[in-house]
Design a protein around this ligand. Sequence first.
Ligand code: ADP
Ligand code: MG
Length: 225
Amino acid sequence: MSVLNLKAISKSYQDGEEERTILDKLDLQVSAGEFVAILGPSGSGKSTLLSIAGALLSADSGEIYLDGEKVGSQKEWTKLRREKIGFIFQNHQLLPFLTIAEQLDMIGKFSKRFSKTEVKQRQEALLAELGIADCAKKYPKQLSGGQKQRAAIARAFLNQPSLILADEPTASLDASRGRQVAELIRQEVKERQTAVVMVTHDERILDVVDTVYRLENAKLVKVNN
Ligand SMILES: Nc1ncnc2c1ncn2[C@@H]1O[C@H](COP(=O)(O)OP(=O)(O)O)[C@@H](O)[C@H]1O
Ligand SMILES: [Mg+2]
């Protein structure tokens, strides 16, 4: 069974007089433990696709299944996102006024999935795995770009989501830090059997992922990898 199953997803935007089709009856399946990359030039619809997959934006038509369950009305979206999905963005989006440990505590509290003790244990394990145990008591501004992105990865994995959606997570980093971040995402994916969809421009990190697609003319085309 796929963790994420997109069936015939379509999305158009009005562009002046014209309607522009961004996604055209697009299908995508991602399994547990599978690291998928989606390539495509700027403006091709990658972020739109991730937003639809992450229940942040509604499609014009098509169906989304998460863990085999159909994603229903918008009323259920917040709960679904909290319990099943982790997001990693290009700019870490950490809160400036909380330490790394405090932001992870907060995510843990929202989910109600783990006890306080479990949240603390998961938090420590993740920070250690990601090589930033010494950053727990620091504020984002005290961390390097790579460390901030690692903290964002820890946050995304904390609640043990079924699906991680990453929108150009390496774009703000230099080549070697970008690669490290992709490798750390892979490590967590395999360790925790999470499904990941990562949108990227960076063709140099594609050997780190399992499956590569290109978003072209509003459709996904599988790339031999
Ligand atoms: N809310 C919106 N209203 C109108 N057009 C939009 C909106 N969001 C995105 N678009 C257009 O859809 C296209 C795809 O955008 P996006 O998904 O952000 O692409 P990418 O992430 O691949 O750069 C772009 O041409 C963008 O201008
Ligand atoms: Mg984008």
